[in-house]
Design a protein around this ligand. Sequence first.
Ligand code: ADP
Ligand code: MG
Length: 363
Amino acid sequence: MSECLIKIEHLRKEYPNVTPLKDVCVEINKGDIISVIGPSGTGKSTLLRCLNQLEEPTSGKVFIDDEEITDIKCDLSKVRQKMGMVFQSFNLFANHNIIENIMIGPVTLLKMPKEEAHELAIELLKKVGLAEKAQNFPNELSGGQKQRVAIARAIAMKPEILLFDEPTSALDPTMVSEVLAVIKNLAKEGMTMMIVTHEMRFARDVSTRIFYMDEGGIYEDGTPEQIFENPSKERTRAFIQRLKTYSTEIRTKDFDFIGTMAEIENFCKDNLMSEKTTKNIQLVFEELVMTNIIPQMNNDFTLNAEIEYSEVSGKATMKLEYDGAEFDPFKDGDDISMMIVKKLTAENSFEYVGANRILLTFA
Ligand code: ADP
Ligand code: MG
């Protein structure tokens, strides 16, 4: 059984205009490596900041090792020692050299003898590959090197968990991998970590667990396989696949067909879809809607068309849903027209579930 390190109970954080965390309940176990992903503004930073009490929660409780840290009597400096934090902007002390940056915490807060802190700092600098920079000042280091120092400084406090808030977002692309490599090594050593990141590849390879944040909390919590390959919720899937959608509702036989075709073309172009796929989507839409479905309709009907494009897989899908009696164009439609539809799509299906539903995918 994994041992619970942090327990979050009904955590809520309100700001005057927005409530990023509505009611978060979750347990973090020793050894968990959690990547926190999700659209911007969904409370990822707020969650981290409420955890280590940089931000005071509006309500709810946070426990670490069964001690309630949201209790006003709790010693915050002790809490922050248990939870190391690495920020996007490295926050090193500019007027101290690298080794002093790492020693300050252990000496002043942990009351570690200077020689011991020095030894520890050297050891940690070796671990992050920067032993030769011990005497340099922060402004003599690259962004990636500074962030590696910031990580060493956080570990020097011997925290029980390390919290990272987008540790590579402020770096040049060339420096991202050196920082991720250091975090990967910590993961191998069993360090408990929670990492807010946009690096999906990294999140997938390194984490034991993913929190997808949306709608005021942890919207989906699962293993990387679950979240990346088989998310159980729609918003998670849309985020992971970077889905773009176009939808339109048609209610009359003489709807603006030319305008709709132009909208579809713009949607495809905006999302950099190939000319061939764009043409295929338009043609399939025309054949199905104009040649087959509309002629079957009475004057009063609703047809919803949705086109979805995944930037990750490069695949497009089209969904058509229309009311009225069951009408399967693949069986009862215009033969030549439906031959074109089949030829231009990779997969197609029809089902009748109170309404008619057609699902098509384009290669
Ligand atoms: P994320 O890290 O997921 O991008 P944040 O946790 O930074 O999101 O922010 C969540 C929401 O809370 C945003 O709408 C943001 O504008 C708002 N917010 C964050 N910090 C403050 C603050 N100090 N005062 C008011 N609103 C804030
Ligand atoms: Mg943030």
